[in-house]
Design a protein around this ligand. Sequence first.
Ligand code: GRG
Length: 338
Amino acid sequence: MSSATASSSSNTKLDTALHVKYIQNLDKRQDLAYHLTSHLRLNGIYWGLTAAHIMGQPSTLDREGVIEYVLSCWDEDAGSFGPHPGHDGHILATLSGIQIMLMEDAIHRINLERVTKFLLDRINDDGSVSGDIWGEIDTRFTYICLSSLSLLGKLDEISSKKKQNIIEYIKKCKNFDGGFGRVPGAESHSGQVWVCTAALSILNRQDLIDIPLLGSWLSERQLPNGGLNGRPEKLEDVCYSWWCLASISIIGKLNWINKDKLINFILSAQDLEDGGIADRPGDWVDVFHTIFGLAGLSLLGYPGLEDIDPVYCMPAKLINRLGLQKPYATLERMTSYP
Ligand code: GRG
């Protein structure tokens, strides 16, 4: 593997064929880094599979192998999925398991009843949501719980009282700058902004977002080199091309970002020898930055890519088919670039 080829040329194109090959080869790497990231394996498969869908190559991964792997991550005691066989069930791996099974059209093979119970049981009386039976709370888990239940068609199993508590809790996580944090009082961060705006969107409560204030804060995340950062005074990172941009799409202000500068920044973080996208030009690539770079390019209307849904971070076609689409802004898909 080589690092991203630093290139400032605005003529650089997205090398889809190379990135598909990179995703195909991910599980062939049996090095130390591969084993040390087993706690993220199910997320990694979701990232790779979604990236393949965005590039219009949904059959890039071996379907039956993927389904068997998801099923092998089932934690019978917890009634949910862990990230790797033998790991404890956790809400994050459970969302990835659901997303993968939906994309592979195999959702009927999971224990719907037990997963639904696991998700509902994570909602605390104060409206916060825990990640597992041990109780850590984070607005990421709030989003995950709502997204998972919505994808399973089970959102209405949350009582209206509990839904209201969740909304009140998210409101407490809103800051003076219009952004949202991990817990009440925590600093605004683009990742948490996305989970909270998407959660409010799933609950049809976008009215609780201060659009001009949050839109300004999000657009200020774009740095002179075109990349976006996650919060003030931090470095740009390709993954914020998703967290910031998807949030901006949800609040309908995609045109508050300089599209060409961001496209060029993402393209310059590609590894043009072995495929994949890095956090920034010159760094090592990984599947996390590859999916979020591609997802950002898709939202920006980059030619040849499939649409991604900014609320669920899944193929828009699938979300529309499930009848789950929420209001958001899109940019017209370009026929060529530049
Ligand atoms: C379905 C896409 C999807 C996600 C599930 C887990 C989750 C829900 C969302 C994660 C949202 C989040 C918090 C993203 C940010 C991740 C990130 C790059 C954190 C880095 O934080 P710092 O403090 O980096 O290390 P900065 O850039 O602030 O220095």
